[in-house]
Design a protein around this ligand. Structure first.
Ligand code: PGA
Length: 243
């Protein structure tokens, strides 16, 4: 399975930055052995869809758990699909932290994304304190139990240790392998054989320098990249590092 390279622009990007999406879409990497997906801020989704011309899949960084209603400032999954988005990220640790999102909220968002026929990237991961006290696997199990949607179709899991996001720190390759194996076992226990088809991404301080090693770890199906996804040069270097 070719590696999937997903960029999460977070709260970054103005109109002029659309040129980066165009450069990513124009590169052979976008059509080559790894897929490139970008989640720009909501404000750039429609322009990103146009300039990417299908070569880069464009998605949202979040969606509401309801399809519509009285929720000022929120964006629903059907709205994303209506703009031409193909996927949505749910449960990112920054949303859990900044917006108090619970596993139940994340499950509702995942279900809403699937109902709108978006692929759903569901993020989970432990804090530094949880890792240091040996709770990593228990935390991952409990986040999955509380937030997985009803079936495995269109689902991608992103393992993102909270302490590795934006810090320059990454787990050892062995720790990534152990976490992904644990996630796989939980998904297969929950969904049966269909659980084997769910891609598991690693995220947290991925750079062009470490992407090759991370993408060679067993059952790492791709990477979710924040800071290093903001320029085409950096994201394409990560894609080029894929085995
Ligand atoms: P980072 O962010 O690559 O800047 O660490 C990753 C993420 O939050 O998805």
């Amino acid at each position: 399975m070719p590696a999937l390279i997903v960029g999460n622009w977070k709260m970054n990007g103005l109109g002029e930055d659309i040129a980066e999406v165009a450069a990513m879409a124009g590169s052979s990497a976008a059509k080559g052995r790894s897929g490139i997906w970008i989640a720009p801020p909501f404000t750039l989704i429609d322009r990103a869809v146009i300039v990417s011309a299908g070569a880069v899949k464009i998605g949202g960084q979040d969606c509401h758990g309801n399809a519509k209603g009285a929720h000022t400032g929120c964006v629903s999954a059907p709205m994303l699909a209506d703009l031409g988005a193909g996927f949505v990220i749910v449960g990112h640790s920054e949303r859990r932290r900044d917006n108090g999102e619970t596993d139940a909220d994340v499950r509702a968002k995942a279900m809403a994304g699937r109902a709108a026929e978006l692929e759903v990237i569901l993020c989970i991961g432990e804090t530094r304190g949880q890792r240091d006290s040996g709770q990593t696997e228990a935390v991952l199990s409990s986040q999955l139990a509380g937030s997985l949607p009803d079936d495995a179709e269109g689902l991608i899991i992103a393992y993102e240790p909270v302490w590795a996001i934006g810090t320059g720190l990454t787990p050892t390759l062995g720790d990534v392998e152990t976490a992904h194996a644990h996630i796989r076992s939980q998904i297969v226990a929950r969904f049966g054989p269909a659980g084997h088809g769910v891609r598991i991404l690693y995220g947290g301080s991925v750079t062009p320098a470490n992407a090759g090693d991370l993408l060679r770890v067993a059952d790492v199906g791709g990477v979710l990249v924040g800071g290093a996804s903001l320029t085409a040069q950096s994201l394409l270097a990560i894609a080029a590092a894929a085995p």
